[in-house]
Every structure is written in structure tokens, then in C-alpha cells.
Design a protein around this ligand. Structure first.
Ligand SMILES: [Fe+2]
Length: 265
């Protein structure tokens, strides 16, 4: 079943430029102002270093070419403008080729705190800082390469690993819990939530991650923390497909959240 997104990505002109409205630029300005304040002392060192390098504008949505220039200089990555939702095939292929998919729309005020569809604020502010880091960038590329070769069934397991690292990953740094996951860092609510002691935080174990179900539309009840950014290098060198096979044999852990209630149509 195809998922439907209520947002539509904007088209680039022939120079790769996207024209954003004042209203859209204001949403970016409000989001980045709030989030820069919110992540103080919470985002990991690598993310803060990445933000310094990106030097994102505070008053308007950045152009992808400007972000790509910084990524290219640091890790050889670039941003690729995509529609609001893309296939797994295209997603993995882009990552394998060091291209980070960026849906070119921005949330409306109604979705200010969190939306399930990744918008340009989530993609640029949430992820691109980390993509200037060599370990994170290598991990993400390897993930794309493995995903590209994987079966449809195996990709479901790989998606859990992506979710609990790139999207909702935590890291222990100088004995403190810090955030590197873009799903958290682009969400004011979830950034605060990490420090409310309301969720379980485990040391990341890949086999456990493969066995942990998640929901994309709630604040996460479970997080998995790495002990240093180089742990991502180690994960990308593991035999993920055989770990995934073990996870399949052992079965999924019971969900720690209530089932999603389907709306009557
Ligand atoms: Fe994301």
C-alpha cells in the first residue's frame, strides 16, 4: 500500500534554486531558533561541529547547493532533492552514492512540533550536521550499500537499525547522554523528552535493535545508545545480514507501546 503525504515537494529551477515563500521562510526561522536553544548541552559534539561548518541561515530556508558544498568538502556527500516520499530502492541507492535525500517542503504551523513525513528542516537541520562527520557518513553510505542488495524482507530489519541510529540515536559522551539522531534533533518535544526519564535507554546491540519494533508517530519509548561515534564504523563492518538472520530466528520483542488505532474510514 502506498503511503500518502499531504505535502508536495517544491521544484528546483534550472540553477538548482528553490523559491520559498515568506511564510515558509518564517517557519524555518522559528524552528531553527527554537531548536538551537533546545539542543544546547544535549546534541553530541559531532553534531555541533557539523552545524558550525554548515553555518545554516537563521532567517530563511537554505538552498541545497549551499549545504551540498559544505558536505562535499568534508565527506564527499551532497543533498538530492526528492519528492515527499520515495521508494526503498531509490533511498538505498542514493545513500550508497553519498547522496542524502531531501524532500523540498516545510511543515506548516500545525505540524510545528513533529510530523511523520521528513521535511526540509528535519533533513537539513536534523541530519546534515552529522553528515559532515566521517564515521557517520561512512556508516550511512555502507547502510545504503547493504540495503541496496538486501531483500524486501531484510530491508524491514535494516530499517529498524536506521531508525534507532540515524533517526533516534543517542551517544554517551564524557559520561553524559547526548543526541545524534536527526529525528530527535529536529523535534523540540522529543529533544526535551530524552531527559525526562520516561523512556528506556539501552546500550546499542545490533541484534536487539533488529528485534525491536517501533512506531513512527509517537515519542519513542525506547532508545539505543552508542559509546562513541566510531561505534558506527564498527557496526558498518559487521556481517549485518547474518545478524539479521539471527534476529529473524529469535523473533521480535514485544512492542512497548500501544497498537496504533486505525481511524474509521
Ligand atoms: Fe530522517
Amino acid at each position: 500500500m502506498e503511503k500518502i503525504c499531504k505535502y508536495t515537494s517544491k521544484q528546483m529551477d534550472e540553477n538548482g534554486y528553490i523559491s520559498w515563500s515568506d511564510e515558509e521562510n518564517k517557519i524555518w526561522a522559528a524552528l531553527i531558533k527554537q531548536q538551537l536553544e533546545c539542543i544546547k548541552g544535549k546534541a553530541c559534539d559531532e553534531f555541533i561541529e557539523g552545524l558550525d561548518k554548515l553555518n545554516l541561515p537563521l532567517d530563511r530556508i537554505p538552498q541545497l547547493g549551499d549545504v551540498s558544498k559544505v558536505l562535499k568538502e568534508n565527506t564527499g556527500w551532497s543533498c538530492e532533492a526528492v519528492p515527499s516520499l520515495i521508494s526503498f530502492d531509490r533511498f538505498f541507492k542514493l545513500l550508497a552514492n553519498k547522496k542524502f535525500p531531501v524532500a523540498t517542503f516545510i511543515r506548516t504551523k500545525d505540524d510545528f512540533d513533529y510530523l511523520t513525513e521528513p521535511d526540509i528542516f528535519h533533513e537539513i537541520f536534523g541530519h546534515c550536521g552529522m553528515l559532515t562527520n566521517k564515521a557517520f557518513a561512512a556508516y550511512t553510505q555502507k547502510f545504503g550499500q547493504i540495503g541496496l542488495e538486501a531483500s524486501k524482507e531484510d530491508r524491514v530489519y535494516l530499517a529498524r537499525l536506521y531508525w534507532f541510529t540515524v533517526e533516534f540515536g543517542l551517544i554517551t559522551q564524557n559520561d553524559e547522554l547526548k543526541i545524534y539522531g536527526g529525528g530527535i534533533l529536529s523535534s523540540p518535544k522529543e529533544t526535551q523528552h530524552i531527559y525526562n526519564n520516561q523512556s528506556k535507554i539501552y546500550d546499542l546491540n545490533v541484534l536487539d535493535v533488529f528485534r525491536t519494533p517501533y512506531r513512527i508517530d509517537i515519542i519513542q519509548p525506547i532508545y539505543h545508545a552508542i559509546n562513541g561515534i566510531d561505534d558506527l564504523f564498527d557496526i558498518s563492518n559487521m556481517d549485518l545480514i547474518s545478524l539479521l538472520e539471527q534476529a529473524r530466528q529469535l523473533g521480535l520483542y514485544e512492542a512497548s507501546y500501544p497498537p496504533k488505532i486505525k481511524k474509521a474510514s
